[in-house]
Design a binder for this molecule. Structure first.
Ligand code: MLT
Length: 397
């Protein structure tokens, strides 16, 4: 007999919330495979890279791993915030954009998704400001904590740009900015970002700037929030090697917290250091060596080749959608296409329709927030053959 009154109290938000969108999609794909084991799936769903790794990159990683064989070069725990060789290469990359970073302002981590959600551990009584639609982990992580969230709809009227003009200046916020936006591709220019930085400094808010897709930017839009004047007093930047260097499996990312960012006279940088030293054991040496290689000239050329491949996928996808009179949104700064559903179906109904009729996997727009209802997102990270096969099956009605 259990004495329920003595039961550990759980965070009920974990029970109340629906499954994470990408988990739900994987489940649906597994169900489909179980029902139709011989049918082909064309996966244009989750934004996961598909290009195999370049041998030169893998050789660097193997060579670093081989160092573990010899007592002279063997390494135990990695430093919690990353090796200096990788931080120095990141600082150099920022210096080329005119941004000066100290090495202790850079925290190497194992995924932007982990940092963008775990950063909530630093704050109490959060009111989050989140675009609608956007990357689902922002809202999910706040909902799981029961935080107050303000959702700012991205619409044709505001050119799909999230801006601060509708927010009260009588309180402070944790502001999530993903630019180029996932899923719409809308990119904030310097003046847009300056208005956020000025707003955040006036209201003592903090901006969480997720630049996971910065390597896709083709125009003059800032690739880092720290290109914007005074951002070092109000912003945290979360960056990743996942999309820029194809590291979704290897896991390596970094978060930048300037030492000038303080709230209640406390350096947020020191708090994150405390956090990472307690909750995180660091990224393996050989993975950091691989990430370091991607920042060299040779590594950058390899990364660019892969990005060009995905950009070509995007072009094929957009041309075919255009020919079939689809209404869609996509910028050349992003690997995604945000597509209006051409028939009378909800996002999930159209997801099921595409999967069961054609074997095509997308992401239902409603997974990015309520404003995404009536849309789907297609990913150009898919294999070229999947993009071609899927587009040959158009018009998908
Ligand atoms: C996406 O598909 O939106 C993301 O790339 C998935 C992720 O990064 O977690």
């Amino acid at each position: 007999m259990f004495l329920t009154e003595f039961t550990m109290k759980i965070n009920e938000n974990y029970v109340l919330q629906k499954n994470y969108i990408f988990t739900e999609i994987s489940k649906k794909m597994l169900d489909f495979k179980a029902k139709y084991p011989t049918r082909k799936i064309y996966n244009l769903g989750i934004g996961d890279v598909t290009r195999p790794m370049d041998k030169r990159l893998v050789d660097k990683i193997k060579k670093a791993l081989d160092e573990q064989i010899h007592s002279r070069t063997f390494k135990g725990y990695p430093p919690e915030t990353g090796y200096d060789f990788l931080k120095t290469a990141i600082a150099k990359k920022y210096a080329l954009r005119g941004i000066k970073l100290d090495l202790d302002e850079i925290f190497i981590s194992n995924g932007a998704g982990c940092d963008v959600t775990n950063i909530l551990n630093l704050f109490s009584d959060v009111t989050a400001v989140i675009a609608n639609p956007t990357y689902p982990a922002y809202l999910d992580s706040n909902n799981l904590r029961g935080n107050n969230c303000i959702l700012l709809p991205l619409t044709k009227k505001n050119q799909y740009k999230m801006l601060p003009n509708t927010l009260s200046e009588n309180q402070n916020y944790l502001i999530y900015i993903c630019s180029p936006n996932n899923p719409t591709g809308a990119t904030l220019n310097y003046d847009d970002l300056l208005s956020w930085v000025n707003f955040a400094n006036r209201t003592k808010s903090i901006i969480l700037f997720d630049n996971a897709y910065e390597s896709f930017i083709e125009d003059k839009s800032p690739k880092s929030i720290f290109e914007v004047k005074n951002a070092k007093y109000c912003a945290i930047e979360i960056s990743s090697f996942s999309k820029s260097a194809g590291f979704t499996n290897l896991r390596c990312s970094y978060t930048i917290i300037p030492k000038t960012l303080t709230r209640q006279n406390i350096k947020i940088n020191k708090m994150w250091l405390r956090h990472q030293c307690t909750f995180f054991n660091g990224v393996p040496y050989h993975i950091q060596k691989g990430a370091f290689f991607t920042l060299t000239d040779e590594g950058q050329r390899i990364c660019q080749k892969n990005i060009n491949y995905y950009k070509k996928n995007l072009k094929i996808l957009k041309n075919c959608l255009k020919k079939n009179n689809f209404e869609f949104l996509s910028s050349n700064n992003s690997p995604y296409v945000w597509v209006k559903i051409p028939i009378s179906k909800s996002s999930w109904e159209y997801f099921d329709f595409l999967l069961y009729t054609y074997g095509i996997v997308c992401v239902p727009g409603s997974g990015f927030g309520e404003s995404g209802e009536g849309y789907i997102r297609l990913s150009a990270f898919a294999k070229r053959c999947d993009i071609i096969s899927a587009t040959k099956l158009l018009p998908w009605v």
